[in-house]
Design a protein around this ligand. Structure first.
Ligand code: HEM
Length: 498
């Protein structure tokens, strides 16, 4: 009799849980199952994970306690999009939130480079990279390289295709090649010519670029696959982890060649890695290679992703496109007709509307869609949530760009005007709200050079060409560490008549 009661009770509880979970599932709230926690809904919504997380965070008022499979490293973590929490984690209680040991394992490809460091080692590395990346000479030589690559490769390449009529191009792929060449040039003093000077209609496949995508996918999947599982795969060299090893080898082979080249670069063309070796007064192969991976990751995929979303948004908002062109005409072409000679830093600073449009693209499609931290000691977040020692915290940059509480009811609209003050200047938004470049002491060191690069490419391309998104082509974010477009960005390019 008692056994019968227990069984009935157990079945009743199961049904109630099933009912609650189905009801929560309908509301886009992750159901929490016994033993496996919320993991099934992550797999079920994998293809639109960022939107799924955004609706879950909205439902819970900005902070959500994620329950993963019991007894794994992802059994419990906190997800947040609340800017007050983010301000606390990134700045006010910065010393309590490091990267943590899981981060180092997940991002093992970054080795001993800045993104993987904590404490004093990070502080020293940051000071050194800060002095190099923010120096005037670096900025000037970067601008010269972008200028050269635009004039010699990107513009002629698009011109060639535009003159052939309605050819379909993958603009995302072209921009990735462009930013990859630029980043290699400033890192190694070497242009791998992924977007070549002399081109046929077909662009050559580049195995090292493919390897980078694979490694980015790996980093994301290690966030939601329990560590014991992917470690076993790695040890047995099977499945995804086997492919990752092959990708890592391809990337390292490419980098070894680049590093060898950069060592031979003469003083007058000094590149960032050579300067770094000089400052460090050592030639540690692993440190140099890991730093190269970090800076290549930081400076390449992020900018091409930002530019791809920017061009897609502009191509689908013709009024905004017209306003950008008008602004270029008003502020960059006062005395001569050649835009390229006018793209100086001072002139670019005057393009406030373009700046707003770029900020909007980055807000809606942040190239790095989430950040991962780990608490050292217990703490209470401003939202009132308790954080126990070693708890992982993830703040979603993607969700933060789409919160009504931060951006207002029109938060999903692409609206450059949002960034322009009544006096015509750029509106200041604190970095813990406009979180794209992270906030606090660990904010991005490449923010300024990103805006310079994005503005130069955006102005040069929009001035010369009309970019039309191919009708019917699906645009969707790729589930990876960098928010690229899953199916590329298919466009038709025609010469603009002004
Ligand atoms: C659209 C372009 C970019 C975006 C959205 C972006 C975003 C970010 C974010 C979110 C972080 C924090 C990462 C973390 O702590 O885990 C970061 C850090 C960093 N970024 Fe960027 N970044 C961009 C471009 C660049 C460029 C062009 C460079 C220079 C080559 C660069 C260099 C760095 C470095 C060195 C750090 C590490 C800072 C530290 O840990 O103290 N970034 N970036």
């Amino acid at each position: 009799m008692t056994l019968c009661v227990y069984i009935t009770l157990f079945v009743a509880i199961l049904f109630i849980m099933l009912y609650i979970n189905i009801w929560r599932g309908k509301k886009n709230v992750p159901p929490n199952w016994p033993i496996i926690g919320m993991l099934p809904s992550v797999f079920h919504n994998k293809s639109n994970i960022h939107d799924f997380v955004t609706s879950g965070l909205k439902y819970y008022g900005g902070t959500l306690h994620f329950k993963g499979p019991w007894f794994t490293n992802i059994a419990n973590f906190i997800l947040t999009s609340d800017p007050v929490n983010v301000h606390h984690i990134t700045s006010k209680n910065f010393s309590n939130y490091g990267k943590g040991s899981d981060f180092h394992e997940i991002f093992e490809i970054l080795g001993v480079s800045i993104i993987n460091l904590d404490g004093n080692a990070w502080k020293q590395e940051r000071a050194l990279l800060h002095s190099l990346l923010r120096s005037k000479s670096f900025e000037t030589s970067l601008q010269q390289n972008i200028h050269k690559k635009l004039e010699n490769c990107l513009l002629p390449f698009l011109d060639h295709h535009a003159s052939k009529g309605a050819q379909v191009l993958d603009l995302q792929n072209i921009l990735e090649r462009f930013t990859f060449d630029i980043t290699c040039t400033f890192l190694f003093g070497f242009d791998p010519n992924c977007l070549p000077h002399k081109f046929n209609d077909e662009l050559l496949e580049t195995s090292f670029v493919k390897a980078i995508y694979m490694l980015e996918d790996m980093v994301l999947s290690r966030h939601y696959i329990p560590k014991c599982f992917w470690k076993l795969q790695k040890w047995l060299q099977i499945g995804q982890e086997k492919k990752n090893k092959a990708a890592q080898e391809i990337l390292h082979q490419f980098l070894s060649k680049c590093i060898a080249y950069s060592k031979g670069v003469d003083e007058s063309h000094s590149c960032l890695l050579k300067q770094l070796m000089k400052e460090k007064k050592f030639d540690n192969e692993k440190y140099i290679r890991d730093t190269a991976v970090s800076l290549l990751g930081a400076g390449n995929g992020t900018i091409s992703s930002g530019l791809s979303w920017f061009f897609w948004l502009v191509s689908t908002h013709p009024v905004i496109e017209t306003k950008i062109i008008q602004e270029i005409k008003d502020y960059c072409l006062a005395n001569d007709d050649d835009l390229m000679t006018s793209l100086s830093a001072e002139k670019l600073n005057k393009l406030v509307y373009l700046h707003g449009a770029i900020c909007e693209a980055l807000r809606l499609y942040p190239p790095i869609p989430f950040e991962h931290k780990c608490a050292r000691k217990s703490d209470i977040l401003p939202s009132g949530d308790y954080v126990s020692p070693n708890t992982k915290l993830i703040y979603s940059l993607y969700a933060m760009g789409r919160m009504e509480k931060i951006w207002g009811n029109d938060c999903l609209e692409f609206k450059p005007e949002r960034w322009i003050s009544s006096r015509g200047g750029v509106v200041y938004v604190p970095s813990y709200k406009f979180i794209v470049f992270n906030a606090g002491p660990r904010s991005c060191l490449g923010k300024d050079i990103t805006f310079v690069q994005m503005k130069m490419v955006a102005a040069a391309l929009l001035w010369k060409f009309h970019i039309e998104a191919v009708e019917g082509h699906t645009i969707a974010p790729r589930v990876s560490m960098i928010l690229r477009m899953e199916y590329g960005f298919k466009v038709k390019v025609s010469k603009r008549s002004l």
